[in-house]
Write a protein that binds this ligand. Structure first.
Ligand code: GDP
Ligand code: MG
Length: 602
């Protein structure tokens, strides 16, 4: 096959705008999958993806297509549609020459449409704008067309209209893909292949999904992973139809898989360049490589303490296919043995949690996630801390930084008045407002609000609040911006004057009072009464910022007395008071597991 007859592309869209459904139609039209074998959303392979209708893992597919008597190969890469996986999306986009920008005719441009579009423009991809779901009775084709024109600056007639459901417009779209997306360009003859995904296969070992930029890769080749500085040997290459089909070699412009001879996905990283050892010195690696770094940390504990070893094994197994997943053992006086895990974001955390539940049957306790704070001690390099106990003593601390994101919010203009105060409350810094399209008959224009805000603020119920501030209409997309200085302090929780290590958290100083208040109130509700009064306090470096007390159980010591002797009554009450004091001094307060959970999962 001539390089000139290859077209590599992906579909970018906001969630639910119909990417998977359209991919199915492509598979049908090109007879890649026989009609009787078609099931909906064929490329979403994990159960979890099918159930939630989201794409987590990329499944590339190679299709044969004939146009005007010429045979073409169309390689489609399905990209995950969530910010947590932006880096992986960017690497898939680097593997192709064009993108179909899919917009739901009833929803219009949404935040993730923008997020993905920016990533595609960064890679200089040819963009084919498409309005999908035109079969819907509430399709607003004209309005959505106007939005796309204002976004891309394209001509209205360049926008295609399709329905992934009925198949209307799909054959036109395939033709336009061949016409508008340029064929791969090949620079020279040395092998350079971009890894855009990698997985562990029980039979084959580590399999890399690659785009060959130049050179050829064959079975038996010795290969070099440039960033990982590792070598392997190719035992198999092939294509995705979408199941794996062996081939003799992969040539420039092609997308396929390479069985690498490696045992660990962590040395076969997304974004790395594969070359031959003979050319490793002379070629430069492909741009854009970065190591996936956890942005969010949480503790994962088995409900049954005895299941710790099994949990550890399960997480190790998941990591075989997930180089971005971090973990280390953690011991908590409250929750026992567990794992401190690092994730790319909340969806990533959610996916791991669900897989542990479903695929391994665990009952888990997952603590409130916190962001990756970066600390710098005097005369040392910055490092990421994963939990409160790792925060260095204030006297040694030079600075603490937290991750900030660039956030785009797409919303009806009428909701701006509700959304802006919410962002202010979340420490957001306003940048700009852009109008997507002029107002319609009901006066409903839509806007893009651009903000910079701390990732920590996004993690705490921001999304829910945004939805309620906009009656469900606003959508959010964000990308990591940079680490910025943060006034972070360790908030200690004391119960009966004893610090409870498991409840210590890192908080922004300005929010310490509010967070402390919430925690002591939660504890008050969950700690049973004792014979004595139990003090519950939140403190920063010894200074109390919030306090509550659980009153003593009132045991009526006078109950058995009838009638008058006042001095004897006083004596009994005095005695009771002394007893309480003695117990309080011991600080022997029983904090039930539920109380810990109420706080750790707040
Ligand atoms: P994805 O999240 O972008 O992969 O979206 P899906 O392909 O999973 O589609 C989301 C929902 O929209 C599903 O319920 C689909 O059945 C529905 N859908 C997708 N394409 C169309 C279409 O062209 N017309 C209509 N009416 N529904 C569609
Ligand atoms: Mg999908």
């Amino acid at each position: 096959m001539e390089t000139g007859n290859i077209r590599n592309f992906c579909i970018i869209a906001h969630i639910d705008h119909g990417k998977s459904t359209l991919s199915d139609r492509f598979l049908e039209y090109t007879s890649t999958v026989e009609k009787r074998k078609m099931k909906d959303q064929l490329l979403d392979t994990m159960d979890l993806e099918r159930e939630r209708g989201i794409t987590i893992k990329l499944t590339p597919v190679r299709m044969d297509y004939e146009l005007a008597g010429l045979n073409y190969i169309l390689n489609l890469i399905d990209t995950p549609g969530h910010v947590d996986f932006n880096y992986e999306v960017s690497r898939s986009l680097a593997a192709v020459e064009g993108a179909v920008l899919l917009v739901d005719a009833s929803q219009g441009v949404q935040a993730q449409t923008l997020g993905n579009l920016y990533l595609a423009l960064e890679q200089n991809l040819a963009i084919i704008p498409v309005i999908n779901k035109i079969d819907l009775p509430n399709a607003q084709v004209d309005r959505v067309r106007e939005e796309i024109v204002s976004l891309l600056g394209c001509k209205p007639e360049e926008i295609l209209l399709v329905s992934g459901k009925t198949g209307q417009g799909v054959s036109d779209l395939l033709r336009v893909i061949v016409e508008r997306i340029p064929p791969p360009r090949v620079a020279d003859a040395s092998l350079r292949a971009l890894i855009f995904d990698s997985k562990y296969d029980d039979y084959r070992g580590v399999v890399a999904d690659v785009r060959v930029m130049s050179g050829e890769i064959r079975v038996g080749d010795k290969i070099r992973f440039m960033a990982a500085r590792t070598t392997g040997e190719v035992t198999e290459v092939g294509y995705f139809k979408p199941q794996m089909v062996r081939a003799e070699k992969l040539v420039p412009g092609e997308i396929g898989y390479v069985v690498t001879g490696l045992k660990d996905v962590r040395v076969c990283r997304v974004g790395d360049t594969i070359t031959h050892p003979t050319t490793a010195e002379s070629v430069t690696s492909l741009p854009g490589y970065a190591e996936a770094k956890p942005m969010v940390f949480a503790g994962i504990f088995p409900k049954e303490g005895s299941e710790f070893t099994k949990l550890r094994e399960a997480v190790e197994k998941l990591r075989l296919n997930d180089a971005a997943l971090f973990f280390e053992p953690e011991q908590s006086s409250a929750l026992g043995f567990g794992l401190r895990c690092g994730f790319l974001g909340l969806l990533h955390l959610e996916i791991i949690k669900e897989r542990l539940r479903r695929e391994f049957g665990f009952e888990l306790v997952v603590t409130t996630p916190s962001v990756a704070y970066r600390v710098t001690e005097h005369r040392s390099a910055p490092r990421i801390i994963k939990s409160a106990p790792e925060l260095p003593d204030p006297t040694k601390l030079e600075k603490v930084e937290e991750p900030w994101v660039r956030a785009d919010i797409v919303s009806p203009a009428s909701c701006i008045g509700n959304i802006m105060p919410l962002l202010q409350e979340k420490r957001g810094i306003y940048q700009t407002t852009d109008y997507l399209a002029s107002a319609n008959a009901q006066g409903e224009g839509r806007v893009i609000l651009r903000y910079e805000m701390p990732l920590a603020a996004v993690l705490t119920d921001f999304y829910d609040k945004l939805k309620s501030a906009s009656s469900g209409y606003a959508s959010l997309s964000y990308e990591f911006l940079e680490y910025r200085a943060a006034d972070v302090v360790r908030l200690d929780i004391l119960v009966a004057e004893e610090p409870v290590e498991a409840l210590a958290t890192l908080v922004i100083r300005d929010e310490a009072y509010y967070v402390g208040r919430k925690i002591v109130e939660t504890l008050k509700e969950n700690i049973p009464k004792h014979m004595f009064e139990v003090k519950i306090q939140a403190a920063i470096g010894g200074k109390i910022v919030a306090a509550e007390r659980v009153p003593a159980m009132r045991k009526d010591v006078l109950a058995k007395m009838s009638g008058g002797d006042v001095t004897r009554k006083m004596k009994l009450l005095q005695k009771q008071k002394k007893g309480k004091k003695a117990m309080m001094a011991k600080g022997s307060v029983d904090i039930p597991t539920d109380a810990y959970l109420a706080v750790l999962k707040r």
